[in-house]
Ligand binder design. Structure first.
Ligand code: ADP
Length: 498
């Protein structure tokens, strides 16, 4: 297969320094305030675009459009037609896949090898939702009431959905929010992250081209405290689907109380990844390393607490550090790059702050441990893949989500003790374990309090398999049938027939 060449930034059709409007009611419009903000390439600092900066007034307009669409012709669109729309959108995205993956890379920094690998997550997901659109059904339920009274359930779209997404995977996150909405007959107001709004806007263009009716998908870029908060607290929004930090998740729940809207939350994590001495270490070394270093650690389910059995601790952690040192760090557009920059200066400060915390707490950096300040990468927000050894459970680097390429390696001896320690976090999103012992694998998989457990692999994802959190990693599931249910209400209907 021929590799497509990366488009030089000045020639990227959507990230060439121009101005981007927001999408409301099928029209590309300016912010009511006229305000704009900039989005830049985190690898180089170059300006990619200025973007209309939405706030409460724009959210009000977008929600009103979404409501009109929901109650108007969209409510008459049959499942089969919604399926066709999703398939058309999938085809258009497939046709423009290289351009979109490069856009994602430019806007948030992930290596092109990663954003190109989103095929299954994006195209597979849209086609999966397309299938789900025609699979929505209620039940007829036998009841025990006297006489003849018939009961059945209807599944109905929940209504206007406010979707708020983060910057760490705008391509996938946008699809994961608009896909189930179209499948179920909901309408959406999507607020992308201020750090990386471009992919969502481009996908919205393609959705219009696919024939998604006006008002069904609206995209309002802007800041969290203004546009995001207005959407979360809006009285005419029926559900908020949020992906982001647990602190913002908490404020979303508070904001949702005004009209008791439904909320689903995919939040952060501090996931344990456990390596037993009997594991295939040749597979576990790259597996455990990339469970954290992929996307520069900017993945909510990254396996950042690396628990390693004492007998192999020094050898294994040394090998992970060596693997980390060999990774190619660089501009995401370079096809050889394995680790891109962090998304922003703010994120860089946060991660380097934790590197200092780790050293002060007494952990030893076997690899990395600092920002890259020399050579061509000095202009971007690059941090070397870092492995901290000698980490204790109560250290901040073992408890708090860093969201950077930082592994905290912790030793363990006893298995029961290990499970307690692995679960001793406020989060519960991902988890992993590496062993050749199938009984141990089942036992530990059952004991971990997390929404996903990966055995002898990490971060496997599929459109049909649910993903989501326990504890403070949130609630609700994305992917799988459960995801579609999150966008549906259940109505019971009783008909007296006697
Ligand atoms: P991260 O730390 O990954 O940036 P955030 O939770 O801060 O995570 O951001 C995720 C998304 O939530 C972004 O789109 C951001 O603008 C939005 N956001 C931030 N604060 C709020 C808020 N108070 N209400 C609603 N959305 C918000």
């Amino acid at each position: 297969m021929a590799m497509t060449q990366a488009i030089p930034i000045a020639r990227h059709p959507f990230a060439n320094g121009s101005y981007k409007q927001m999408l409301i009611d099928g029209q590309w419009v300016d912010a009511a305030s006229g305000k704009r903000f900039e989005t830049r390439n985190p690898a180089t600092g170059e300006l990619l675009a200025t973007v209309a900066e939405g706030d409460k007034a724009d959210i009000d307009r977008a929600v009103a459009a979404a409501r009109r669409a929901f109650e108007g012709p969209w409510s008459k669109v049959k499942p089969f037609e919604r399926q066709n729309l999703l398939l058309k959108l999938a085809d258009l995205i497939e046709k423009n896949f290289d351009e979109l993956s490069q856009l994602d890379t430019l806007d948030m920094g992930a290596p092109i090898s990663r954003t190109r690998a989103y095929r299954l997550r994006v195209l597979g997901m849209l086609r999966y939702y397309a299938g789900q659109a025609t699979a929505i059904h209620g039940e007829t339920i036998e009841n025990s009431l006297p006489g003849e009274i018939f009961s059945y359930t209807l599944k109905e779209p929940v209504g206007v959905v406010g979707a708020i997404i983060p910057w760490n995977g705008p391509f996938t996150a946008t699809i994961w929010k608009i896909g189930p909405a179209i499948a179920t007959g909901c309408t959406v107001v999507l607020k992308p992250a201020e750090e990386a709004p471009l992919t969502s806007l481009r996908i919205a263009e393609l959705a219009m081209e696919a024939g998604v009716p006006a008002g069904v998908i609206n995209v309002v870029p802007g800041y969290g405290e203004t546009a995001g908060a207005a959407l979360a607290s809006h009285h005419d929004v029926d559900k908020v689907a949020f992906t982001g930090s647990h602190v913002t998740g908490q404020s979303i729940i508070r904001a949702s109380a005004g009209n008791l809207k439904r909320v689903s939350l995919e939040l952060g994590g501090k996931s344990p990844d456990i390596v037993f001495a009997d594991a295939d270490l040749d597979a576990a070394v790259p597996g455990a390393a990339m469970a954290v270093f992929a996307n520069s650690g900017q993945i909510c389910s990254a396996g950042t607490r690396l628990f390693v059995e004492q007998a192999i601790y020094d050898e294994f952690v040394g090998r992970v550090a060596e693997f980390g040192r060999k990774l190619q760090v660089g501009n995401g557009l370079d096809p050889n790059t394995q680790i891109g920059p962090l998304v922003s200066e703010q994120q860089l400060e946060r991660v380097t702050g934790y590197l200092d915390v780790g050293q002060k707490e007494g952990a030893r950096a076997l690899a990395g441990g600092a920002r890259i300040t020399e050579g061509p990468l000095a202009k971007g927000y690059f941090v070397s893949p870092t492995v901290f050894a000698g980490v204790q459970d109560n250290m901040r680097i073992a408890q708090e989500e860093i969201f950077g390429p930082v592994i905290s390696a912790i030793a363990f001896k006893d298995m029961d003790e290990l499970v307690k320690r692995a679960n001793a976090t406020m989060f519960g999103l991902g988890s992993g374990l590496w062993t050749r012992d199938v009984s141990k694998a089942h036992h530990v998989a059952k004991s971990l309090r997390a929404g996903s457990v990966w055995v002898n692999c990490y971060q496997a994802m599929d459109p049909a398999v649910p993903f989501g959190g326990y504890k403070m990693s949130g609630y609700g599931r994305e992917s799988g049938k459960q995801h579609v249910e999150e966008y549906l209400n259940v109505k019971a209907v009783w008909i007296k027939t006697g």
